[in-house]
Design a protein around this ligand. Structure first.
Ligand code: NDP
Length: 451
């Protein structure tokens, strides 16, 4: 591998591991990007001299704080909260908040790092950040969730602002939690500003923000297929997850003429060979979001389906795959099985759902593989449009926003082609996304000097 930052690739990665002990997800995310960037900057002296890659792989700051709250039985509970502000070279920090027991500093650092490149790819002026807590919303009452969100924001408010850092939702954080956090921010600061995105339509939210990540991942998939003269009509899709991203990805697949075979949650997956229609997707949305139910209950409602406990859905043969649940849910063996079963394209709705071995299998097989930082950027893109609407005190129509989302996803696809087209009909979307995202951020950093 070529020389970069005046060290070779293994030495660079050794340094990343040494400086970030016990943070495997962060190291993995840096490695996936560095594999492509090292070759790209081999002959670009300025990036070396200014240590750009080394600087992007060190967050601007990591804020960690205690979150105390009282449960319904009067017990005092203590959680840890974080905000990772990775890089604001091209705009205010921007990225979601995740509430899940698996949240650690490593997970949030990987997400903030990825977010930096993703946001650059959208073409909008947004830096990269991410936050969250190891709080588990499952089994909590609405009042408990409200008290937790208020306590979380009572510290977080010092570190964010409409021109500073603008969080949004992620796993475990939807419109309800954004409402509780926005209410507390407003109460503390006495300011009504666009400090969070994913807000309700009555109080500054944008149309199609809820749908944007899942829809965008399918638009990106459609762009990849179109580049090969194909479309989604009649194609079978395997989707993991059953939350915001998965259900809206399923909806758009159905709208574009495809057939959705699976959905999943942390308990296992359902396989419905008859296809998961719009009516069934509506049932899943209501069941998972409002009733906080389990995906296995689908089989009692729709008899054509079967439930497999404790497994991911990758053994189900299909044309296209959308992993939309969580990181590292698809490994090298899963990827081999998918390729062997004839899968032609993968569009990552989740962040880093495919592990490094899986990424290498897809790349070696030269199938169409869109990494999350390109494919799932539709959500943050519409968040960026929500910020514009808030600062301009206006709101665009649904048709306008749908068109903007489509254009942004097509623009990201184009940017991936610039550095990803390997000739012979193969497009390396991972390389294309990594280099295009890196170059934009890196060039801004060069302009600022050593800061
Ligand atoms: P939700 O909380 O709405 O849904 C998450 C889904 O994934 C649920 O079905 C959940 O199952 C499942 N899941 C979560 N953790 C695990 C796990 N450890 N193992 C197995 N299944 C799991 O989240 P979103 O749909 O918003 O987010 C999904 C992914 O998309 C994440 O990677 C997120 O970072 C990414 N993303 C989200 C964006 C957004 O706009 N919301 C934007 C860009 C990326 P269960 O119900 O059992 O917990």
């Amino acid at each position: 591998m070529a020389v970069a930052d005046h060290v070779d690739f293994p030495t660079f990665m050794e340094g990343v591991k040494r400086r970030n002990p016990g943070q495997p997800e962060f190291v993995q995310a840096v490695q996936e990007v560095a594999e492509d960037i090292f070759d790209f900057i081999a002959d670009k002296e300025e990036y070396h001299a200014q240590q750009i890659l080394r600087r992007i792989a060190e967050p601007d700051r990591v804020v960690s704080f205690r979150v105390c709250w009282e449960d319904d039985n009067g017990n005092i509970r203590v959680q840890r909260g974080w905000r990772v502000q990775n890089n604001n070279a091209i705009g205010p920090y921007k990225g979601g908040i995740r509430f899940h027991p698996s949240v650690t500093e490593s997970v949030l650092k990987f997400l903030a790092f990825e977010q930096t490149f993703k946001n650059a790819l959208t073409g909008l002026p947004m830096g990269g950040g991410k936050g969250g807590s190891n709080f588990n919303p499952k089994g909590k009452s609405v009042r408990e969730i409200m008290r937790f969100c208020q306590s979380f924001m009572t510290e977080l408010y010092r570190h964010i602002g409409a021109d500073v850092d603008v969080p949004a939702g992620d796993i475990g954080v939807g419109g309800r939690e954004i409402g509780f956090m926005f209410g507390q921010y407003k109460r503390i600061t006495n300011e009504f500003t666009g400090v969070l995105t994913g807000k309700g339509l009555e109080w500054g939210g944008s149309l199609i923000r809820t749908e944007a990540t899942g829809y965008g991942a399918v638009y990106f998939l459609a762009n990849m297929l179109a580049a090969k003269g194909q479309d989604l009509v009649g194609k079978s899709a395997v989707i993991s997850g059953s939350g915001n991203v998965a259900t809206h990805a399923a909806e758009k697949i159905v709208q574009l003429g495809g057939k959705v075979l699976t959905l999943s949650d942390s308990g296992g997956f359902i396989h419905d060979p008859d296809g998961i229609t719009q009516e069934k997707i509506d049932w899943v949305k209501a069941h998972k979001t409002h009733r906080r139910g389990r995906i296995e209950d689908y089989c009692a409602e729709f008899k054509s389906a079967t439930f497999t406990a404790g497994k991911t859905p990758w053994a189900v043969p299909c044309d296209v795959v959308l992993p939309c649940a969580t990181q590292n849910e698809l490994n090298g063996d899963d990827a081999k099985m998918l390729v062997a079963n004839g899968c032609i394209a993968v569009s990552e709705g989740a962040n880093m759902p495919t592990d490094l071995a899986g990424v290498h299998v897809f790349k070696d097989a030269k199938i169409m593989f869109a990494p999350g930082k390109a494919a799932n950027a539709g959500g943050v893109a519409v968040s960026g449009l929500e910020m514009s609407q808030n600062s301009g005190r206006r709101s665009w129509s649904e048709a306008e926003l749908q068109q903007m989302l489509k254009d942004i996803m097509a623009g990201i696809h184009e940017r991936c082609l610039t550095y990803g087209d390997q000739g012979g009909g193969y497009i390396d979307y991972v390389k294309g996304a990594n280099i295009a995202g890196f170059k934009k951020v890196a060039d801004a950093m060069l302009a600022f000097g050593v800061v």
